[in-house]
Design a protein around this ligand. Structure first.
Ligand SMILES: [Zn+2]
Ligand SMILES: [Zn+2]
Length: 135
């Protein structure tokens, strides 16, 4: 790793599992697929990926759930936070971008599986916007 490669760290809600990304992102995308919706309990999942050699768990242990054949979804067995996605036929290792300590840098560039997009997941200028939860 050269000096210009920034290390990005992240982890689960309770702090038991910590990880580090030691290389550039290969992509960042919103995935709308039904499996991601179910796996993380949200309308879509925002993934950021690196080359597998640039991902390491630095403390604790991720539990792996095989959500489909050849697919490994990692999560913290203490607090339940979903953390990662890897596939046998995948060249990247993906982490859920919001679990990064600094998620802002992993700005998504793509939407994938829009065929599964929920009807209420829309970017609509007419929606009310709140900077925080309304009083
Ligand atoms: Zn945890
Ligand atoms: Zn997905």
């Amino acid at each position: 790793m050269n000096a210009e490669t920034k290390i990005h760290e992240g982890g689960c809600f309770c702090g038991a599992v910590r990880y580090a990304l030691t290389g550039p992102l290969t992509y960042s995308a919103h995935c709308h697929c039904r499996s991601c919706q179910r796996a993380i309990g949200a309308g879509f999942a925002t993934w950021a990926a690196v080359a597998p050699k640039n991902f390491a768990v630095t403390s604790g242990e991720m539990t792996i759930y095989n959500s489909s054949p050849g697919v490994q979804r990692g999560f913290c067995s203490k607090c339940g936070t979903s953390l990662s996605y890897a596939g046998d036929d995948w060249t990247d290792y993906a982490i859920l971008a919001a679990t990064l300590d600094d998620p802002a840098f992993a700005k998504p560039t793509t939407n994938v599986y829009l065929s599964h997009q929920l009807p209420w997941v829309v970017l609509d200028d007419e929606l009310r916007t709140y900077q925080q939860f309304p009083e």
